[in-house]
Ligand binder design. Sequence first.
Ligand SMILES: [Zn+2]
Length: 393
Amino acid sequence: MTERLYYSVPMLTSCEAEVLSCEERDGRFLVTTDRTVIFPEGGGQPADRGSIGGAAVLDALEEGGCVVHVTDAPLEVGSRVRITLDVPRRLDHSEQHTGEHMLSGLAHSMFGAHNVGFHMAAGYSTIDLDRYLDEDELALLERRANEAVRRDLPVTAEVMDHAGLDAITIRKKADIGSDDIRVVWIGGGDIDSCTCCGTHCATTGEVGYIRIVDSQKYKGGTRLWFSCGGRAVREASELTRAMTELARSYSTSRSELPAAVRKQSEELSQAKRELKARTQALCDGIALAHGEEIAVISAEGFGANDVKMLTESLIRGGAKVALAFGRCGGATHYRALRAEGVSAPMNELVKAVNGIMGGKGGGSPAFAQGSAGAPVTEEIISAIRRMLEGWMK
Ligand SMILES: [Zn+2]
């Protein structure tokens, strides 16, 4: 058994310990000591990092009541070593973990929602609730959680046996085999109470700030993304800077930004509709002026959608076969379309164009399209027209 100093003094950052065993496995070393400040992975909380006697702790896990440190170098059994904790990492984990308790406990007391999943990763943490919470409910939950932060309530732990656990009512009782069950109380149970093996802040005030970042419907309930402590402050600060920059670019205030973005989006949709109508009129005009049965033409500034429109206009205008080239964004787009009753295969036509232009594309006998990096020349257009005339004879 390892003496777990992270339970008795949660933010103890270093300790002396004796190496009890050291075993090599796959180029790494599994080290146990009589005591440790390193928390192994458990209860959704990732393992601590740190060092033991100069060797880096790459991971830590629990095996048979012992904390097993995974190190990058061997340690002499029986030697006295100093174990040092990676403090910023632990602090971050404790902040997220304590915040998770607070959100889960409050979601339960406020809305009757049960936490059915918790995940903590380097960049984000999630809680899965078995009840759907809408945006107003989540906003209220976040507000209550931050009120609890400001009240700076104690976070305490108590170890009890199964009989003790059976005698109390708490939010969540994990299925623990041993008679050594740790129950964590936040605000004496007012905010949360559950069995837990993780590390926590000493008070809710130490969590600093709790943000609900995002949410979505998940398995009939809610998955919510949250961040706490230093992580939440960093994110809020980044978000404020980004919003300020955006608001300036829209010549508006941060609070008016959503309305400004919506307005621009509507204007953009309207402009797209107008552009499409004008392109259609332009294509119809080109088709009217062209009036040949075999239409092979190039239009500067036309993209893939525009050449599609142009071939359709040319066919409507009486062409038997239409091959339109457009030059836009450093690429040449082309599309081939035939009229009803014409047998010339458009996929073969585009294949021939691909060969001449060094382009890529394909399609069906009825229509095909492609693109190439090189611009189309008058010589290429003449050569393709002659080839098509041969096909159509
Ligand atoms: Zn916990």
